[in-house]
Write a protein that binds this ligand. Structure first.
Ligand code: SF4
Ligand code: SF4
Length: 474
C-alpha cells in the first residue's frame, strides 16, 4: 500500500506538515518495501484549489491513504471522491507517523477537520494577469474607448484596479504614502456618448449615502428613468423605491458537463483549468462547480469531445416600476461570486434612449469598474473624513484612468474636516452638492424613506444637481 504524508522537508525524518493542500512536500511511502519518494508540492503557491490539486497529485502517485495534520473541505472531498482515505491530526516525525499507521494505531477521518477559507473571486485572481492589454487605441482616446470585447474589459479592469491600489495603497490598509497621495488627478472631459445618458453613482466605501443620492436623484427627475441597481451583492435601492415587480430574468453562466462514457481520464481539462475546479486521477474525474469561473477553456481542450456546455444560475434581475421610473435590480445568489455576468446583463438594459442611473457597488473593485467604464458621468459620493478622503482618491484615480468625467457629492457635511474640499479644489474636481449632517436624514434612511420624500425641499436641489451633470457631459 502507498501512503502520502504531508511533510515539511523531503525526507522520512522530516516533521509532518500540518497543512495538506499547501504542504511543502509529499512523501510517498510504499509500506511493503518502505521505499520513499519525495515530491516537492507544486501547489504551495496556488491561488485557488491547492487542496484539490494536491489530492489529484497524491492520487496520481497511487496513494491510497493520506496522513496529514489538517485537511480542508475541498481537499477532503476530492480525496474521498478519488478513492483516497485520510488520517488527520497527525503530528511529529513522518517515520513515526508511518510506523503508527502500519501498527494499526491510526483511524480514518470521516470528515474534514478544518474549514476552507472563502475562495477568491475570479476577478481578484491574478492567474491570467499576464494576458496582453487591449490594443488598437487611438491617440488621445482613453483605454476604455479601445475596449471592444468582454475579455478586453476584464483585462482593463484588472489592470486599473491593480494600478490604483499600487499607487494609492490598499483601501483596507488605511495608510497612504505621502508622496503618492500628492499625485494630481485630472478630471476627464468627454462628450456624452449615449442617446440617453448613463450616470453612475459610486462611493469609495459603503455607508456614505450613495443609494440615498441615486434614489433621490431618480425620483426628482421629470424625464423617464431606468434605475439599475448594480450593487448586486448587497442590493438595497428597492427598499426605498418599492417597485411593483413585473418580471424576473435569470442570469446563467456556462459550466462544463462531462460525458464520462467518452472521457478517457487524460487529465487535460484538469491541467488547463487555472481555477483548479477539476481533478482527474485513478480513473475518476471530480468537478467542483463552486470553483468554476465559466472560462469555457476545458470545453476546448478535451480531445474526446467529452465536455459539453451546461448552465448554472448565479443570480437574477428583478424588473419593476415606480411611477415613470423603470427599476432593474441585480441580485447575486447567496454563495455565488460571479458578479460580472449580472452586471453585464444589467448593462444591456441601459442602451435605451432614457436616462440611466446606476447605483453601483461601493469601492473601486472590478464590480464597480465593470459598471462605470462606459458611463457618461459619475457622481462620487463621499464624506468629509480621512477615510472618506482616502477612498475618494482611489475612486477618482480609477475614473481618471477609465476616462470617465466625474464630480463629487459631500454627504454628512460638517462631521469632519475640510480635507476633501481641499483635495477637490487642488485637483479642480467639481463639488456638485453638499448634504449637511442631519440625524433626521439618517432616521429617514433607516425607515426606508428617500430624502426627497422626507422633505420636498430636496427635489429642486436634486434637479439642480441634474442640470449641473448635464452641463458637464453634453
Ligand atoms: S480532457 Fe476530456 S477526456 Fe480528458 S479527462 Fe477531461 S473530460 Fe476526460
Ligand atoms: S470552464 Fe472549465 S476550465 Fe474554465 S473555470 Fe470552469 S472548469 Fe475550469
Amino acid at each position: 500500500m502507498k501512503l502520502a504524508i504531508s511533510a515539511m522537508e523531503g525526507h522520512i525524518n522530516a516533521e509532518v506538515d500540518p497543512r495538506f493542500g499547501r504542504a511543502a512536500f509529499f512523501l510517498i511511502v510504499d509500506t511493503d518495501t518502505m521505499a520513499v519518494q519525495a515530491i516537492r508540492n507544486p501547489n504551495l503557491e496556488a491561488l485557488l484549489g491547492a487542496g484539490i490539486q494536491s489530492a489529484e497529485l497524491v492520487a496520481r502517485e497511487g496513494a491510497e491513504v493520506v496522513l496529514t495534520g489538517e485537511c480542508g473541505v475541498y481537499a477532503f472531498d476530492a480525496l474521498s471522491r478519488l478513492g483516497v482515505k485520510v488520517v488527520t491530526g497527525v503530528t511529529g516525525r513522518v517515520a513515526d507517523a508511518v510506523r503508527a499507521f502500519t501498527k494499526g494505531n491510526s483511524s480514518f477521518a470521516s470528515e474534514p477537520n478544518v474549514a476552507c477559507p472563502p475562495t477568491c473571486s475570479a476577478a481578484d485572481c491574478s492567474a491570467c494577469q499576464s494576458a496582453p492589454a487591449p490594443s488598437g487605441k487611438d491617440e488621445g482616446a482613453t483605454e476604455a474607448d479601445a475596449v471592444s470585447a468582454p475579455e478586453d474589459l476584464e483585462r482593463l479592469i484588472r489592470r486599473i484596479t491593480e494600478e490604483v491600489l499600487k499607487r494609492l495603497g490598499q483601501p483596507g490598509a488605511r495608510t497612504i504614502p505621502e508622496a503618492e497621495t500628492q499625485e494630481k488627478i485630472t478630471v476627464p472631459s468627454k462628450k456624452k456618448l449615449h442617446p440617453g445618458l448613463i450616470l453612475a453613482i459610486v462611493s469609495g466605501k459603503g455607508g456614505t449615502g450613495k443609494t440615498t443620492v441615486a434614489v433621490s436623484l431618480a425620483l426628482s427627475l421629470k424625464e423617464p428613468v431606468n434605475f439599475l441597481d448594480c450593487d448586486v451583492e448587497e442590493p438595497n435601492a428597492h427598499l426605498f423605491l418599492l417597485p411593483r415587480y413585473t418580471d424576473t430574468r435569470m442570469v446563467p453562466v456556462s459550466v462544463p458537463v462531462f460525458d464520462l462514457n467518452r472521457c478517457d481520464y487524460c487529465g487535460q481539462c484538469a491541467d488547463f483549468c487555472r481555477f483548479n475546479a477539476i481533478a482527474v486521477a485513478n480513473g475518476k474525474l471530480v468537478f467542483f462547480e463552486e470553483l468554476c469561473r465559466s472560462c469555457e477553456g476545458c470545453f476546448r481542450v478535451c480531445p474526446k469531445d467529452a465536455i459539453s456546455e451546461g448552465e448554472r444560475e448565479v443570480g437574477r434581475i428583478k424588473v419593476g416600476e415606480t411611477g415613470a421610473l423603470r427599476f432593474y435590480g441585480g441580485e447575486l445568489h447567496v454563495g455565488e461570486q460571479a458578479v460580472g455576468p449580472i452586471i453585464r446583463q444589467l448593462k444591456t438594459i441601459q442602451d435605451g434612449k432614457e436616462i440611466n442611473i446606476l447605483d453601483c457597488a461601493p469601492g473601486v473593485g472590478p464590480a464597480v469598474l465593470s459598471s462605470v467604464w462606459d458611463a457618461d458621468f459619475c457622481l462620487l459620493v463621499t464624506e468629509p473624513t480621512p477615510f472618506g478622503l482616502n477612498d475618494l482618491k482611489l475612486s477618482a484615480k480609477a475614473l481618471e484612468m477609465l476616462g470617465v468625467p466625474f464630480g463629487v457629492i459631500i454627504n454628512r457635511d460638517g462631521i469632519g474636516d475640510d480635507e476633501v474640499e481641499r483635495f477637490c479644489d487642488d485637483n479642480e474636481i467639481p463639488v456638485l452638492l453638499k448634504i449637511s449632517h442631519d440625524p433626521e436624514i439618517a432616521r429617514g434612511y433607516a425607515r426606508g424613506i428617500p430624502l426627497v420624500r422626507q422633505d420636498m425641499k430636496w427635489i429642486p436641489i436634486f434637479q439642480r444637481l441634474w442640470e449641473a451633470v448635464q452641463e458637464r457631459c453634453v
